[in-house]
Design a protein around this ligand. Structure first.
Ligand SMILES: [Cu+2]
Length: 500
């Protein structure tokens, strides 16, 4: 696949320019100040109401930020533009979010930094020294949290009229997200290799929330103008902690000094420029002084650590889409392509999957779309052609939604095609059972999404094009190291990536 290298090259060029700015003028954050109150606790929105202190302070902070002029880096508009903007006249650190896929791998880390500094600004401007961002657990509560819905249920400050009407009035939700989270939790590899790492897999349910809330949340260039963005991403950030706690093999890429040492710029509550690297944000409680209300003890990762496992890859089927491109079309869509599996390959796959450390991934590449389609697709592998989709069936492998990468009107992330991978062990074993002599395995897609009003346009706003698909075997080899080795802590030092 050529796409990963293309993406990486473009990104490093951009990063080089940013790094020059951040290294010249930025100070590191003041660690003493961070520990003034210990620790800040990010609360589940499900337990909060419009009059809860956290919500009252969030509204006060957002109001204060919205009253500041764009020239103030703490202003609502400036902070949103750090994530993405359509405004001309680029300012330092605008458009720096990382929603591309492949080898970029800064999704969880960059958004943790971004939320951390945003939260400090809200804490300062709200006048509530105990403020911590709440989080929207959209797996348990897929409906928009009430305080963000239409007034008077919601606060006028937290409400954005341009979202999907049925999301804003609480009659439809953002859909099924747990299978996508589980796919990420089952992947011990953080970074993109030959298939998606956990840092990419978690983007699929995350993308779905963006697209289904709709309006400005559907584009990387405008999403952070919606106050719900920050409670959505607090949940994504919580899932980073939960992924680490899910399996002793799951670990941050602490031995990758480029990943750990790449510097990103932000602004603190006094509008001073600050910079951070992923090495600064591995341990939320210890380094950033916050926890989530119900999370287990955070797994402490240290830069310089040896990874608890390594991985290798074997391509099983190179061209699953035999007559590309494949289109995800408008409306209540159902479509499929089929790829052949020989008897011999089937037997090999049976053999591979005897090993619990082996996973077969189905990856789609070269995905492009003119604009946010506003829907998501359930993906099935092996579901017999013409039969009813059923998420309880062994053939359901997850859902796919697009945001940033691959969407032409969302540059710079959208300048590169998107890709997505899903693990398919259960589905492919069920499919092979039906093909004792080998044969064609169908991959099918079903459209879902919240209904729109006529003024908001058709149910699906754009056709998605997919250029290729691949079936790849991932083999994980444990190295016998635990994920949180404290003995290697002394090796941790700030490494600023040299990008040429
Ligand atoms: Cu996001």
């Amino acid at each position: 696949m050529k796409y990963p290298n293309q993406s990486r090259r473009r990104f490093l060029t951009t990063l080089g320019a940013t790094a020059g700015v951040t290294l010249a003028g930025k100070s590191l954050f003041n660690i003493d100040k961070v520990f003034a109150t210990t620790p800040y606790t990010r609360l589940n929105l499900a337990g909060l109401t419009l009059s809860s202190p956290t919500i009252v302070s969030y509204i006060a902070g957002v109001t204060a930020m919205q009253a500041l002029p764009l020239t103030d880096q703490r202003s609502w508009a400036y902070q949103a533009a750090i994530h993405g903007t359509t405004m001309s006249g680029m300012m330092p650190d605008w458009n720096t979010c990382s929603h591309s896929t492949f080898e970029l791998n800064f999704f969880w880390a960059w958004h943790r930094m971004y939320l951390y500094w945003f939260e400090r600004i809200v804490r300062s401007l709200s006048g509530d020294p105990t403020f911590a961002l709440p989080y929207w657990d959209w797996q348990a509560n897929p409906y928009l949290p009430p305080m963000f819905q239409n007034p008077p249920t919601g606060s006028p400050i937290l409400h954005v009229a341009a979202r999907n009407a049925s999301i804003n009035n609480g009659t439809s939700n953002v859909g099924v997200l747990t299978p996508g989270v589980n796919n990420a939790f089952a992947q011990p590899i953080f970074e993109y290799t030959s298939v998606d790492g956990a840092d990419q897999l978690i983007q699929l349910p995350h993308n779905q929330v963006h697209g289904m809330v709709g309006g400005i949340m559907g584009s990387t260039l405008t999403a952070a103008q919606d106050p719900v963005f920050f409670v959505h991403h607090a949940n994504v950030d919580r899932l980073w902690d939960l992924w680490l706690a899910n399996n002793s093999l799951n670990a941050d890429p602490t031995s990758d000094s480029i990943w750990g040492g790449t510097s990103f710029g932000f602004f603190d509550e006094n509008a001073n420029a600050v910079s951070m690297t992923p090495c600064d944000v591995l341990r939320a409680a210890q380094q950033l002084n916050y926890i989530y209300d119900t999370e287990p003890a955070q797994v402490e990762q240290y830069c310089g650590n040896t990874q608890p496992c390594s991985s290798s890859y074997t391509v099983l089927v190179d061209n699953c889409i035999q007559k590309p491109p494949f289109y995800l079309n408008q409306g209540g869509y159902y479509g499929y392509y089929q790829f052949p599996i020989s008897y011999q390959l089937g037997q090999q796959i049976y053999g591979y999957l005897q090993n619990p450390y082996n996973t077969v991934y189905l990856s789609h590449y070269g995905i492009t779309c003119p604009t946010q389609p506003g829907v998501y697709w359930d993906v099935y592998l092996g579901l017999p052609v013409g039969s009813k989709p059923n998420r309880e069936s062994p053939y359901y492998v997850g859902s796919y939604a697009i945001y940033g990468a691959g969407i032409a009107d969302q540059p710079p992330d959208g300048d590169d095609p998107a890709e997505f991978s899903v693990p398919v062990n259960t589905a492919i074993l069920a499919a092979l059972k039906k093909l004792p002599k080998g044969g064609n395995i169908p991959v099918s897609f079903y459209t879902y999404g919240p209904p729109r009003t006529t003024a908001q346009g058709p149910a699906q706003k754009a056709t998605v094009t997919i250029q290729s698909a691949q079936l790849t075997l991932q083999t994980v080899t444990p190295t016998g190291r635990a994920a949180g080795h404290k003995d290697e802590k002394k090796q941790e030092k700030k490494v600023i990536a040299t990008l040429t």
